[in-house]
Write a protein that binds this ligand. Structure first.
Ligand SMILES: [Zn+2]
Length: 488
């Protein structure tokens, strides 16, 4: 237990982020470089995210399954651009045994236990799944096939940051197979829209979502769509993607089906996923200088009750507190009564504030006769007194209000953080100052995109809309507006 403070956002945004993760006890670095330990409180948030997301995935007619952690190296290289995209960050298993060193003091790799077909620790599961799908799919009757996997993923990152970029992370990956491109394209958008709804309804996050440019798309995809939220420091964070894989993988993994006319055809595929990166997005978008702020739907504890008593009147206060707790628990779930005797009330206030518990209830002796309690909202830090008689419904309304206010706040941040720009000078000036999302026309050439990235560090995040304008870099006429930002 510690009661260390939190660096303010104005002092150092990146240290503030790490402080929140530490003080709220979400995660920590492990002895394995780049790999994090997700602590119980952080994992409880992830479990709530998982449950809400899993419901929505299943509503799309998708079933969960599990595939191997290891992928034969030869599988990964079947799709040329896919292997190119992941080659630089692969963990490879080359041996399967250790032996004692000559001096008997330790162990070393047994050179005789070399794998003939080396294995990759999955950086994503397209290849291992589609090899399997080629045996599952024979006719149009087997389609559409819709599978989701909850799993861990390994990508050997050089620079890591808790939740945002870690060598190992957790995610869900959906993979579907369809009879026509029209149908698979519909699935790509359905998954994208599901993520958007999920972000708004559950994470209270507003975002941009749309097609990615050629250079930003997934390795092996025909098209990639992404969802991008804006963090408080003006940088964007991509927290989900949905890919139209066309027939690219079907062709190399020999997935074929007999269509309704009796002809053999390649099917059309999609894949889509979100990861523990979302945890970073939640921390960075809602929290303040006092600590974490959580949308109630994903909070491991929605309401914490803190009894306040002096020596001698504990029994009397606790009797009232338990009564309040039971009244509340019939209407609101995840209520926690902090009965610890070995820490001060002040310590408790501070700790739950840092952990982002949406509502705190303080109950002292003077509240007994009035039948009133003091509540504090974490999102606004406002205090108010409410009657015990209607406490369940009142708290429920407050929790719903916190959830919707956080979304409104996120919508405002996005709105105010988006600037329509028509000159490159303005574009650069904004990136030097408040940053945020920049909506600008771009001609579609890789040269312009690369130059913008090199000169400003801003990248093309996603497509915005069709219209009429001039490329922000070369000035050529363009009918497509895009969203640019510096990103995590
Ligand atoms: Zn251009």
């Amino acid at each position: 237990m510690s009661n260390k403070g939190i660096t303010s956002r104005s002092e150092s945004y990146s240290q503030w982020y790490l402080d929140i993760i530490d003080r709220a006890q979400l995660a920590e670095n492990s002895s394995v470089r780049g790999c994090m330990v997700i602590k119980p409180y952080g994992y409880a948030i992830w479990e709530n995210i998982q449950r809400e997301l899993d419901l929505r995935i299943k509503e799309m007619g998708v079933s969960n399954a599990y595939f191997p952690l290891f992928i034969p190296k030869s599988f990964l290289s079947k799709e040329a651009s896919h292997v190119k995209g992941f080659a630089k960050e692969c963990a490879i298993v080359t041996h399967y045994r250790l032996k004692e060193t000559k001096d008997g003091m330790g162990v070393e790799v047994d050179p005789e236990a070399k794998l003939e077909d080396e294995l990759i620790v999955r950086p994503t599961s397209e290849t291992i799944m589609y090899d399997t799908f080629s045996r599952w799919i024979e006719s149009w009757r087997d389609l559409p096939l819709k599978i989701n996997q909850w799993a861990n993923i390994v990508r050997w990152e050089r620079r890591t940051r808790l939740f945002l970029r870690t060598t190992e992370f957790l995610w869900q990956e959906g993979h579907t197979v369809h009879e026509s491109h029209e149908e698979s394209k519909k699935q790509v958008i359905e998954a994208l829209e599901m993520y958007k709804r999920f972000a708004r309804e559950v994470l209270a996050l507003e975002m941009y979502g749309g097609k990615k440019s050629e250079s930003e798309k997934f390795a092996g995809a025909v098209d990639t769509y992404g969802v991008e939220a804006l963090m408080q420091d003006g940088k964007a964070l991509q927290f989900g993607t949905s890919h139209d894989l066309g027939q690219n993988f079907a062709k190399v993994f020999n997935i074929k089906y007999i269509n309704k006319n009796g002809e053999l055809e390649y099917p059309w595929q999609t894949s889509w996923g979100v990861s523990t990166r979302m945890m970073g997005a939640i921390v960075m978008s809602h929290s303040d200088d006092l600590g974490l702020v959580l949308p109630p739907i994903i909070a491991p504890i929605k309401v914490v009750i803190i009894p306040i008593y002096k020596e001698g009147n504990k029994d009397k206060v606790m009797e009232f507190v338990k009564d309040v707790e039971s009244k509340l628990s019939t209407v609101v779930d995840r209520v926690h009564l902090d009965e610890r005797d070995f820490v001060s009330v002040g310590f408790k206030f501070n700790e739950w504030e840092k952990k982002g518990v949406p509502v705190r209830i303080e109950i002292g002796e003077r509240d007994l006769e009035k039948k009133m309690v003091t509540i504090v909202r974490r999102d606004t830090n406002e205090k108010e007194e409410i009657s015990v008689n209607s406490i369940g419904n009142d708290i429920k309304i407050i929790l719903d209000n916190i959830q919707s206010e956080l979304l409104k706040r996120s919508q405002k941040i996005l709105e105010e953080g988006t600037t329509q720009v028509s000159s490159y000078k303005e574009f650069k000036d904004i990136l030097k100052g408040k940053k945020g999302f920049l909506k600008a026309y771009w001609c579609g050439s890789k040269e312009c995109e690369d130059a913008i990235k090199y000169e400003t560090k801003a990248t093309n995040r996603c497509f915005s809309k069709t219209g009429k304008g001039n490329c922000i870099y070369c000035g050529k006429e363009s009918d497509k507006e895009w969203v640019f930002a510096m990103c995590y």
